[in-house]
Design a protein around this ligand. Structure first.
Ligand SMILES: [Zn+2]
Length: 201
């Protein structure tokens, strides 16, 4: 997986290299310029970053796999009701493999994962989404962290053995620093997933 490539310590972009061990060795103590963000990076640090990021992503995937495998299989209309989405929603994605789910979710949670890979506490929580006392789907939430990482919320329903419905909830960007971080108070959950149209689903 590409997460094990050396990565820029500033922006996490994979670092380009000639791939020749001798060249890498000669570059170990000399900074190279990241082609993505233009900042100087030591290859040795980029290698550590690549491994650390890979480990964070690996742990995230493992937890996500356990959660979605524990989620019940729903038919498509019910999955949409549970996630609180309409057929016209551009943020709903039908996904046909676990790998594809990992890719989509890792992309959405890239900044919180980067935050964790740079030595901070994890911001990402994976919980089951309950409706009427029953487990229905999986909720992935990352609290906002100052300017480093935005709040991210995604919901995953299982609609087949390897088929999923993913909904990325985009909260309106706060204009002032948010005072709360509790997932239960997230506007996306409050407004979109506890409305009268999903009660009794
Ligand atoms: Zn960079």
């Amino acid at each position: 997986m590409e997460t094990h490539f050396p990565r820029c310590v500033h922006c996490l972009a994979p670092m380009q290299s000639s791939g020749v061990a001798e060249t890498l060795k000669s570059l170990l103590h000399r900074p190279v310029t990241c082609t993505a963000c233009g900042k100087k990076v030591h290859i040795a640090e980029a290698q550590v970053m690549g491994e650390t990021f890979g480990a964070c992503v690996g742990r995230f995937h493992q937890k996500l796999r356990q959660a979605v495998e524990a989620a019940p299989r729903l038919d498509a209309p019910e999955a949409m009701r549970v996630l609180g989405i309409s057929s016209a929603s551009r943020d709903a994605h039908h996904i046909h493999s676990m790998d594809e789910l990992f890719r989509m979710v890792s992309r959405a949670f890239r900044q919180p994962l980067r935050h964790e890979a740079t030595g901070h506490e994890t911001l990402i929580k994976i919980d089951m989404l309950h409706k009427n006392g029953a487990t229905r789907a999986v909720k992935i939430h990352a609290a906002r962290h100052q300017e480093l990482s935005p709040e991210v919320l995604a919901l995953v329903a299982r609609v087949g053995t390897h088929d999923f419905l993913l909904y990325e909830v985009h909260a309106p960007a706060p204009t002032t620093p948010v005072a709360h971080h509790a997932p239960a108070t997230h506007p996306g959950i409050a407004a979109e997933h506890a409305g009268p149209d999903v009660v009794g689903a």
